[in-house]
Write a protein that binds this ligand. Structure first.
Ligand code: PLP
Length: 438
């Protein structure tokens, strides 16, 4: 087993999402779409580590830009000006959806979401934010309140409740009992309006949502859904915030995931792919109206590492690389993933659904006898055979993501993956499902 191949874990390190029953890989090297463990075994990194190393593991332009900035001046206070920070803010204004032009930098996706919510509350003078059940917006206390994923919420709220967010159902067939996209969009939109009215529209500052769900299952919204959401936001004076922490920077085939829908949000939050995760950087891009509100009234909040110059240098270099063919690669190759996964679904009765966009896909597993998940981590802690598929893939040299809930697998390669990489990973996934389920 791959677990025995790596050296014993060093107890001095407590790694994140700690699970005493698993031993994570000890990754020592990376190049292109591959990583290597401490035994020299190669893996196709089809989860881009944490859905973030969008340019793979060895982009020289980004590394050189970081090096150059570190030599010029490695750190400047986030309360002061510095050219590279202003340059990146200007570049983000060029690629952001229409109407978004002003960036407040942060460090992580969780913190970017907390800042967006803080801005929305101040601007709207209203306390509540609506987010989806099954969403993921981060694991810090404030972002945890926004997150709908039951495992994260259970961990965070075991000892103290979070506040300030109310939840609505995502537009997925299981929640609204229809597979018809138009009907799904209609029912999910009506439900959202019910929640808005029930909460009291005047108390709602914003709706925060991923445009294409990330770790919760890569599901795109049915056509028309986001038009309905935008209309509701306009009607009830609610800000629309698009969480682009995973979907930003080409992952779904556009600069930002919401650009595939025909609506413009009032803010977007970003992290991960802005630097291809080579160094932490995150932020909120907002409208001139909200920016001018902040610039007029002040905003007495900041973070030491928000808009770190080395991160901003990495961001400027990464944007150039994305524009130079990487996003085109996603749109050119996405059908390979789509059709490959559909073939896997057709071949295995245990695969009940395949969905996604660009280079962000999920497959869902269901017991054909019961039409329910083999194990639903929301309600039981029995053995989960979907985890075994991930282990089998790892043995065969490909890393995929575990969905939350864990009856899904997420496929999210670096955006530079070529036809061969995609086909190889699909073959490994197919063989691994056969190895577990027959
Ligand atoms: C959609 C989304 N929002 C926010 C976050 C939180 O980002 P971070 O882990 O950088 O705090 C994540 C992390 O995976 C995410 O997927």
């Amino acid at each position: 087993m791959a677990q025995q191949e790596t050296r014993t874990a060093n107890p001095a390190l407590i790694h994140h999402w700690y699970d005493p029953n698993t031993t994570p890989l000890n990754i020592t090297d990376g190049d292109g779409v591959s990583v290597w463990d401490d035994n020299g075994k190669e893996y196709l990194d089809f989860c881009s580590q944490l859905y973030c190393t969008n340019l793979g593991h060895s982009n020289e332009a980004v590394i050189e830009a970081m090096d150059e900035q570190a030599h010029q001046i490695p750190y400047v206070s986030s309360a002061k000006r510095t050219p590279v920070r202003e340059e990146l803010a200007s570049q983000l204004a060029q690629i952001a959806p229409d109407g978004l032009s002003n960036t407040f930098f942060s460090v992580s996706g969780s913190e970017a979401n907390e800042i967006a919510v803080q801005l929305a509350r101040e601007y709207q003078d209203a306390p509540t934010v609506l987010t989806r059940w099954r969403s993921y917006h981060g694991g810090t206390y404030g972002a945890g309140a926004l997150t709908g994923d039951p495992e994260t919420r259970a961990t965070i709220e075991r000892h103290a409740t979070t506040s300030g967010a109310a939840k609505f159902l995502p537009p997925i067939p299981k929640a609204f009992d229809t597979h018809d996209p138009a009907e799904l969009a209609r029912r999910a939109g009506e439900h959202l309006e019910f929640v808005i009215r029930n909460e009291d529209p005047d108390s709602i500052a914003a709706i925060l949502t991923e445009p294409i769900a990330g770790t919760s299952g890569a599901f795109p919204a049915p056509p028309g859904y986001f038009d309905h959401v935008r209309d509701l936001c306009d009607e009830y004076d609610i800000l629309l915030i698009s969480d682009e922490v995973i979907t930003g920077f080409g992952r779904c085939g556009d600069w930002f995931g919401i650009q595939t829908e025909s609506v413009n949000p009032d803010m977007i939050t970003f992290a991960k792919g802005i630097t291809s995760a080579y160094t932490p950087l995150a932020g909120v891009i907002t409208t001139p109206e909200i920016a001018s509100f902040v610039q007029t009234n002040g905003f007495d909040i900041g973070q030491t590492f928000g808009g770190h110059p080395v991160g901003c240098a990495a961001g400027c270099a990464a944007l150039e690389v994305y524009a130079d063919g990487v996003i085109d690669n996603v749109t050119d190759q996405e059908t390979i993933l789509e059709t490959g996964l559909q073939e896997i679904e057709a071949e295995h009765t245990v695969v009940s659904d395949t969905r996604g966009r660009g280079f962000l896909w999920a497959i869902e597993f269901t017991d054909p006898e019961t039409d329910e998940p083999f194990q639903d981590p929301r309600v039981t802690d029995e053995e989960n055979p979907v985890r075994d598929v991930l282990q089998e893939s790892r043995k065969r040299g490909a890393l995929f993501g575990s969905g939350r809930p864990g009856f899904q697998i997420i496929i999210s390669p670096p955006l530079i993956a070529d036809q061969n990489d995609l086909q190889q990973a699909l073959d490994i996934l197919n063989e691994s499902i056969t190895a577990v389920f027959g």
